[in-house]
Design a protein around this ligand. Structure first.
Ligand code: SAH
Ligand code: SF4
Ligand code: F3S
Length: 439
């Protein structure tokens, strides 16, 4: 590496889950503190941070094609830092494979990015994939701006070890951030513009802490405490594992008005043999019973989930069980994926890997069922009047976009500002959005 001038502009590109979006915002705030400015839209940046995802093969490969596009044919290519889960999984190998990369930083070490940057400017390449338990958050600058809808990471890591999944390896063991730090960060976010906060964690409901009086609390206690912040209007959380959902959380859904009627609870499969091979600790039946309890507490709860088709050994009949479960639940929205073998996970070495064309066919059928249910859910909302948190302007003049309590995308035309909570009558349903009228 040659010495280079200190970068004046940066861009952070985040891939993968919401936790990466949160981390990306925090890295941007750190670079702001260093006096580096965000690059204007469309302009080249002197420093590019690729905040990567390792969850499926396609996600993982994006980093190398992106590096290629950033450097090819450029006389002055940017300094490149690879952060996120690919950084954690591949470490120094990334720098061996690509000379253009001068920094590799894992998700638990990115508070050290400014120091690494200084070395990179001096011509030295560094990889840091340490996993200190919670040092990172304390070293980050305080929040200075927020969109109306903000993310707040409350928990990191995963101890569940589903046999297909890299997250326990890339994000490490489960840790909970302390209660007081979370209340402070939430208040700060609200002060700088947040109206809604989505609490994030790889296993968010596994959060545990002690409240201001030293009492042990779980996520329900945290949600109740955050609901006391007057200008905070909405609270959401994701992603949960069925094993961590306790009575207190179910009760909170019925009692805390600011907790939105939406639950993202991945099931992955509707077949018990497959679930066991995945090392999920629930069965199809225990999952459905759990949903019944949530719906009893909050009858209008919208449900979301994640699915994997083509897990090793999945038969046609076992896949049909997934379709049956989908019919039984009636999801408001859901994500579905083809199984992707990940290096180092137990499932990658299992017998019975499924042919790509079988996976394609299963995914199509599942997505058709999920799409049908999403449209039905949206169609059933037509005629309702609900609050919409406005978060963007739309494509057409005067058009505004926002989210309903059930996390549906709503568009309407009318006099409203970003950040307003307005009442909208829902008049028209589409597959993934609804049209509304201001009331
Ligand atoms: N912590 C969350 C999210 C994990 S990653 C949870 O437990 O649900 C998001 C989703 O990606 C998972 O729910 C799963 O559906 C999917 N996924 C994870 N590993 C995968 C793999 N190897 N192949 C395909 N999909 C996968
Ligand atoms: Fe991955 Fe399972 Fe942990 Fe979710 S619960 S992050 S799917 S290992
Ligand atoms: Fe991807 Fe890491 Fe999130 S693998 S899904 S960025 S936890």
């Amino acid at each position: 590496m040659r010495k280079t001038a200190s970068p004046k502009t940066y861009r952070v590109e985040s891939f993968g889950c919401q936790m990466n979006v949160y981390d990306g915002e925090r890295m941007a705030e750190m670079l702001d503190r260093e006096g580096i400015a965000p690059a204007a839209d469309g302009a080249d940046a002197d420093l590019v941070v690729l905040n990567t995802c390792h969850i499926r093969e396609k996600a993982s490969e994006k980093v190398y094609s992106r590096i290629g596009r950033l450097t090819k044919g450029r006389e002055n290519p940017p300094l490149i830092a690879v952060a996120g889960c690919v950084a954690q999984a591949e470490g120094e190998e990334i720098m061996a494979r690509s000379q253009a990369v001068s920094m590799v930083v894992g998700p638990q070490a990115y508070h050290r990015l400014p120091a690494m940057l200084e070395r990179a400017v001096g011509g030295l390449r560094t990889a840091d994939t340490d996993m200190p338990a919670d040092a990172k958050f304390a070293a980050l600058p305080s929040r200075r701006k927020s969109a109306p809808s903000a993310f707040l990471t409350i928990q990191e890591g995963c101890d569940k070890f589903c046999t297909y999944c890299v997250v326990p390896y890339t994000r490490g063991a489960e840790i909970s951030r302390p209660f007081s730090a979370l209340v402070d960060e939430a208040k700060k976010l609200v002060e700088v513009g947040a109206k809604e906060i989505t609490l994030l964690g790889q296993n968010v409901s596994a959060w545990r802490g002690e409240d201001a009086k030293g009492q042990a609390i779980g996520m329900a206690g945290l949600i109740r405490a955050l609901a006391e912040i007057p200008e905070l209007l909405r609270i959401r959380y994701m992603t949960s594992h069925p094993a961590d959902m306790d009575d207190a959380l179910i009760a909170a859904h019925g009692e805390v008005a600011k907790l939105m009627p939406f639950l993202h609870l991945p099931v992955q499969s509707g077949n018990d043999r497959v679930l066991k091979a995945m090392n999920r600790s629930h069965t199809a039946e225990s999952y459905l019973k759990l949903l019944d309890r949530f719906r009893a507490a909050r009858p209008d709860l919208a449900l979301s989930g994640d699915f994997i088709v083509g897990f090793p050994g999945e038969t046609d009949a076992e896949f049909e069980d997934t379709l049956k479960l989908v019919d039984a639940v009636g999801y408001a929205q859901a994500y579905s994926f083809k199984y992707s073998p990940r290096p180092g996970t137990p499932a990658a070495d299992m017998d019975g890997q499924i042919a790509p064309e079988v996976m394609d066919e299963r995914l199509q059928r599942l997505q058709a069922a999920l799409g049908r249910d999403q449209l039905a859910f949206n169609a059933a909302s037509v005629g309702k009047t609900c609050e919409v948190l406005v978060d963007r302007t739309g494509k057409f003049p005067g058009q505004m976009l926002g989210k309903s309590p059930w996390l549906q995308s709503i568009h309407f035309t009318g006099d409203a500002q970003i950040g307003d909570l307005v009442r909208v009558e829902l008049v028209e349903a589409m597959g993934s959005s609804l049209g509304g009228r201001l009331v």
